[in-house]
Design a protein. Structure first.
Length: 460
């Protein structure tokens, strides 16, 4: 409980919101000259690992995708040039220049990129191919450096660190998002696992996180499972060897529970090792499955286990939304006291289902409630989940946010300390939910907004 007399504490989200609002006001108040101000940026990988030679002596190509962005989408940006300098990697890598890039020399090229009309914040600038040179030193590393100009705008220079390495590079394909699923039915997430490295991954460790509204259709015997408040985690050891250049299908069957609404399915792959499995368990207890094995095939003779060259493409998220509703309901409270007393009033958010509600992406509160102090009272204490706007006003508006998920039939209560400055019989403060929060709009899933209103009544 916060004592407002010592000053409120604010969450990072609210501090950020206030800062952005302040910036918007500052720009709005500075006049037309600043309304068209802009800054050009280059978006490129921070680093990449380039596979060395395969067992047959060939080398695999790696692609560097470079984009150009800008800050002020209300402002159009003319077509421009991205300049790429690869002199830092020329001793160990070959560069394949794409169409649209005109080499000035063996190590430098200008790549044209299109205009960005108003409303557009980014455009692709170049897709650079890289391939290790024969006999290149595996300890080699260097930078690809970029600069860009468009009209009067100049981007800050940036760079990509390129290193050589030997090892598998497992890549998990992005499965399609699924919308309007029917609770009580089945679905599956189908993706691919491929190896873009230069060594075989003899076994694969697969991690899957299915949110609370989803259930695994089968619990495989080569997987182990742990249930928690927001869903189920599975760790699977796949015995199928994945050689460089190979790609395999991977499918996970799911049941859409009757309480499903906004669901997500996270999965990742990495080369198996005993250490990787223990790290994935994180000290928690998992229960082995008993069903058929997932993607079973004969185990090849194990070679030395090597780390994945580029783990940035080993993880994917799939959104699975169900056609369902959740009825949120607010209840307030009645309190009594004499002038000078401090009393505790309660506000409770109930989820009457049938679905649970979770903001698994944005991390927003399921519900934010809004109220003011009843007449004749002063709010002198708030829970950590509550805040006041504006902070220095003698008559602020108060907000309280629930946690980011609320199971069906669950509730969350907030206790507010009110000092009764003077007795006003039947003093009343309305409490309502913020139904149009852009991060999680309640009106999208709540079929009955009439019960999203309650009251705090003092001496009534």
């Amino acid at each position: 409980m916060k004592d407002l007399r010592t000053g409120p504490r604010r969450t990072g989200r609210r501090v950020l919101t206030a800062a952005l609002a302040g910036c918007a006001l500052a720009v709005a108040g500075t006049g037309p000259a600043h309304a068209v101000s802009d800054q050009l940026w280059i978006s490129a990988p921070y680093e990449t690992v380039l596979p060395g030679a395969d067992a047959d002596g060939g080398a695999r190509e790696r692609t560097l995708s470079v984009q150009v962005t800008h800050d002020n989408t209300g402002n159009g940006v003319p077509a421009g040039l991205l300049t790429v300098d690869v002199s830092g990697i020329a001793s160990f890598a070959q560069v394949i220049w794409p169409a649209g890039c005109v080499p000035e020399s063996a190590v430098r090229a200008d790549c044209s990129f299109p205009e960005m009309p108003a409303g557009t914040w980014s455009v692709p600038a170049a897709e650079l191919g890289l391939r290790a040179l024969p006999g290149a030193d595996l300890d080699a590393s260097g930078y690809v450096r970029y600069t860009a100009t468009a009209g009067e705008l100049t981007a800050h220079g940036t760079e990509t660190l390129v290193t050589l390495g030997n090892g598998p590079d497992l890549v998990l394909g992005q499965a399609e998002h699924q919308r309007d699923l029917t609770p009580g039915t089945g679905t599956s997430v189908r993706t691919t696992v491929s190896n873009h490295g230069n060594r075989t991954a003899e076994r694969t460790l697969l991690r899957v996180d299915a949110s609370y509204g989803l259930r695994f259709g089968e619990r495989h015997s080569n997987c182990e499972y742990r249930q928690h408040e927001t869903g189920t985690t599975a760790l699977c050891v796949l015995d199928e060897a994945v050689a460089p250049g190979q790609r395999y299908a991977l499918g996970t069957g799911l049941r859409v529970r009757r309480k499903a609404l906004y669901e997500r399915f996270d999965h990742s792959v990495q080369p198996y090792s005993d250490e990787a499995l223990e790290a994935a368990r994180g000290g928690a207890t998992f229960t082995p499955g008993t069903g058929r094995e997932l993607d079973l095939r004969p185990v090849a003779a194990l070679r030395a286990e090597e780390p994945d060259l580029d783990p940035s493409d080993n993880y994917r998220t799939v959104i699975l939304d169900a056609r369902n509703t959740a009825d949120l309901k607010l209840t307030g409270s009645r309190v009594r006291g004499a002038a000078g007393d401090t009393v505790t009033a309660g506000i409770t958010v109930h989820n009457r289902g049938p679905a649970w509600v979770a903001s698994l992406g944005a991390g927003a509160s399921v519900a934010t409630v809004r109220f003011r102090a009843p007449e004749g009272t002063t709010v002198v204490g708030l829970p950590e989940e509550c805040w006041r706007v504006p902070e220095d006003s003698p008559a602020p508006t108060y907000y309280c946010g629930t946690r980011t998920y609320l199971h069906d039939k669950a509730s969350q209560a907030f206790g507010l300390r009110l000092r009764i400055d003077r007795v006003v019989p039947g003093a009343r403060a309305d409490v309502t939910t913020v139904d149009d929060d852009p991060e999680l709009p309640i009106r999208r899933f709540d079929p009955n907004l009439r019960n999203n209103r309650a009251a705090i009544v003092v001496n009534g």
